[in-house]
Design a protein around this ligand. Structure first.
Ligand code: MN
Length: 429
């Protein structure tokens, strides 16, 4: 089925500012609370939130097999479980409804009043109920940098790294939508030189991780695996993902079982899921993989995506400073390879599962996706536009992540993924 929603020449009758992240070619999916205190599933065009529940009730999706309440829910999980054919039909229909040549909704003030909200009138919520969250470690530059910093620069990349898309199971309970404030975590840290007792208190090395995450549909039964050629059919879309990390807690706890409390206190996502369909025009060649991976991970064609990613720090009441410019295409392991590997042992993937890419660092120093790497563990503090310096994130700093894809014809983006760090809660012991 053709993705007619992606037609780069299409224009909308809704007013859209140039360079908006949400032209009519994007049509992402999200969940929001309306001014009438109703939770609904919606999409966004320009600075307008579109209530898909209302559109459906008024008959605009006639002819598409959808249950009556599919959009009157507080998560997208059931809609995502309907599968790619349905996502495509709905996205194509939305594009038609808002096409400049279509007067059906445009000329009905009564319907528009029920369906269209200004973005400032709605509150964005988590788009899915995340059943399981897996975080990969798929950027070669990031794994090399972290290996050098935490272990040994001579053997930075462990011997399994070039053969396995390394990952671990995270916590879905602490995934929050953009705008949610984040409390500085408290925890244990390595004993100081010459002592045997660990440190304890608010993290002194709070960091961001510039990642993207993809959201899956129900893909396989227990015991079955997803062949790599079919893996992308199970991917609904992507969000920006800031995987907050406490490096001092992480460094003390991670041996031998890996990430735990230094990682699972919070991860912030952008609230609109941009579909893999919408990102089709931005496919680029996969990174060269040497040595060649095992056959179940081999893949022909273009399965990387050119998505510009940016991280900025904004101190309280000050201007922001962009500290990192990276790109999703720097990932060594593709999303399809990650899914094929994740299920090679028969692990089932469900609708609404979230797969983090791992920190995406590029080849240059200004493209490193964490403060740990940007400051080389605090050795080279970052200079901010307001004259300040940062080794790691200070209390009351706001971290802003942005992402967009652009070619000669269109530009589509993810909006912002924002989190402000609040001081740790007081503690006695
Ligand atoms: Mn991570």
């Amino acid at each position: 089925m053709k993705i007619t929603a992606n037609n780069p020449n299409r224009k909308s009758w809704l007013k859209i500012t140039p360079n908006s992240d949400f032209p009519i070619q994007n049509i992402p999916f999200g969940v929001f609370l309306t001014r009438d205190d109703i939770i609904t599933i919606g999409t966004r065009i320009g600075d307008y939130a579109i209530d898909l529940g209302a559109l459906h009730q008024l008959g605009y999706f006639d002819g598409i097999p959808l249950t009556d309440d599919i959009f009157l829910q507080d998560t997208l999980n059931d809609f995502i479980a309907d599968g790619r054919k349905t996502w495509r039909l709905v996205r194509n229909r939305i594009a038609d409804i808002f096409d400049v040549t279509n007067g059906q909704l445009r000329d009905s003030a009564e319907h528009k009043d029920k369906i269209i909200f200004r973005m400032e009138e709605v509150e964005m919520l988590l788009p899915v109920s995340v059943g399981d969250y897996t975080d990969f470690y798929a950027s070669k530059e990031h794994a090399t940098n972290v290996g050098s910093l935490f272990r040994d620069p001579e053997n930075a990349l462990l011997p399994n790294w070039l053969h396995i898309p390394i990952g671990y199971h995270g916590r879905s309970s602490s995934i929050v939508p953009s705008g949610t404030p984040i409390r500085r975590p408290i925890g244990q840290t390595k004993p100081a030189e010459g002592t045997n007792t660990p440190g304890f208190g608010p993290s002194k090395a709070l960091d961001f991780e510039l990642e993207m995450a993809f959201i899956t549909t129900v893909a396989n039964d227990l015991g079955d695996r997803i062949p790599i050629e079919e893996a992308e059919d199970s991917i609904f879309g992507l969000v920006l993902f800031n995987d907050w990390s406490a490096r001092d807690i992480q460094a003390w706890e991670y041996v031998p079982l890996g990430p735990f409390l230094g990682k699972n206190f919070a991860s912030t996502i952008s609230p609109w899921i941009v579909t893999l369909d919408a990102l089709e025009p931005f496919r680029v060649n996969n990174p060269k993989q040497e040595p060649k991976p095992l056959p179940y991970l081999q893949q022909a064609g273009k399965h990387s995506f050119d998505i510009n990613l940016q991280m900025a720090i904004m101190p309280e009441d000050k201007e922001e400073t962009v500290v990192c410019n990276s790109n999703f295409k720097y990932m060594y392991w593709t999303m399809a390879q990650q899914l094929a590997h994740h299920t090679v042992n028969g692990c089932p993937i469900e609708s609404g599962d979230m797969m983090g890419s791992g920190t995406i660092s590029g080849p240059t120093k200004d493209s490193f996706g964490s403060m740990l790497e940007l400051t080389w563990r605090g050795q080279n503090p970052l200079k901010l536009n307001d004259g300040g310096e940062r080794k790691f994130i200070d209390d009351n700093d706001t971290i802003i992540m942005r992402g967009y894809a652009k070619n000669d014809e269109i530009r589509i983006g993810f909006g912002e993924c924002i989190g402000k760090i609040l001081p740790a809660t007081e503690f006695k012991k």
